[in-house]
Design a protein around this ligand. Structure first.
Ligand code: AMP
Length: 327
């Protein structure tokens, strides 16, 4: 089943302790589309300027991303300038230039209005709403993302978006900023009351937490020796998450849990290099292998097969309850 994404297609200038890149292809819709393209067909709704390079367009074409909805305007492509210090979980935005996005008003084609999976990637919440309202019928699943720039800049419109998504994805700082809660569990509960059926809180190197009204899931981040550039990790996570759900059609709680692992797999590739350098050149085997590694990383058997040998505080020489007598 196919996916529609509205979000930014950008030229990013990024500095991290591992080095820097100037005007490299980025943007929330770009990372999402490339990550999800390994699982399901994806169409992008976004705008670029006439400075958008043919080689950047080719990256998306090589991943068979449908770009019928990519508008080209005279002027400059969206630009983001960011920096990471030793704490790679926090991006410091140095500059955001909306450029052609300041006058972009998306018009969906008849085909795009029927897509069963919709990702409202990080972009002006008014644009996110315009896309949502043009859908002919309610998609099977609407997932939304945002960031501090819009939480501060367009709080009203953002509230409406949050009320209309099935799943909200935010990082931990955004969850706290949106709710004023310091506890992530309380922040997630607060956000669930605003409309979404599920809230996913991304925690960088600490993994991600998923909350529904009656379940909580956790997935770790893949333990990498070197994180080169975290830019796009959140959007790649969303691309793996929704790509998996669109490909499998499994919208059960177990399916959502697996989707979070696939999201973590795709994010782990993104952070291994600058920009899309690693994410764009993966093979299906790379993805399968890392998915297996996640399983090994988190598997500790079933408590039914290996009961925990715990009991009340013990006197020396006494066996704890549940401990097996040796033969
Ligand atoms: P993340 O996955 O959160 O690291 O997203 C990184 C991407 O978000 C970068 O490639 C930026 O181009 C893009 N971005 C940064 N600020 C904004 C913004 N205010 N609106 C939309 N996209 C943005």
């Amino acid at each position: 089943m196919s996916i529609l994404v509205v979000g930014s297609v950008a030229l990013d200038s990024v500095k991290t302790p591992a080095g820097s890149r100037q005007d490299a292809l980025g943007g929330s819709a770009t990372y999402f589309a490339v990550a999800s393209s390994y699982f399901a067909p994806v169409s992008v709704v976004a705008a670029v300027g006439d400075d958008f390079r043919a080689e950047d367009r080719r990256v998306l074409e090589d991943h068979h991303v449908d770009m019928a909805g990519l508008a080209i305007f005279p002027g400059k492509t969206f630009r983001w300038v960011g920096e990471y210090g030793q704490d790679m979980n926090t991006a410091h935005t140095l500059d955001t230039q909306l450029n052609v996005f300041a006058r972009f008003s998306p018009r969906l084609g008849p085909d795009q209005r029927k897509r069963p999976f919709l990702f409202l990637a990080n972009i002006d919440p008014e644009l996110q709403q315009q896309v949502l309202y043009q859908m002919e019928e309610r998609p099977k699943l609407v997932v939304g993302d945002t960031m501090d720039f819009w939480i501060r800049g367009k709080p009203q419109a953002l509230r409406q978006v949050i009320a209309n998504v099935d799943i909200l994805m935010v990082n931990e700082a955004e969850a706290r900023q949106l709710t004023g809660e310091t506890s992530l569990v309380r922040a997630a509960r607060h956000l669930l009351r605003q409309g979404p059926r599920m809230v996913v809180v991304k925690r960088g190197e600490y993994g991600a937490l998923g909350f529904t009204a009656d379940a909580t899931f956790a997935t770790p981040a893949y333990p990498l020796e070197t994180v080169v550039d975290p830019t796009g990790a959140g959007d790649s996570f969303a691309g793996g998450f929704l790509g998996y759900l669109a490909a499998s059609g499994d919208l059960t709680l177990d399916g959502f849990h697996r989707a979070m692992v696939v999201g973590s797999v795709m994010a782990s590739f993104t952070v291994e290099s600058f920009g899309l350098e690693r994410l764009r050149s993966l093979t299906p085997e790379d993805i399968q292998e890392r998915y297996q590694e996640f399983w090994r990383l988190t598997y500790f058997g079933s408590p039914a097969d290996a009961p925990l040998p715990v009991g009340s505080p013990r006197l020396p020489g006494r066996r704890p309850a549940g401990a097996r007598r040796s033969p």
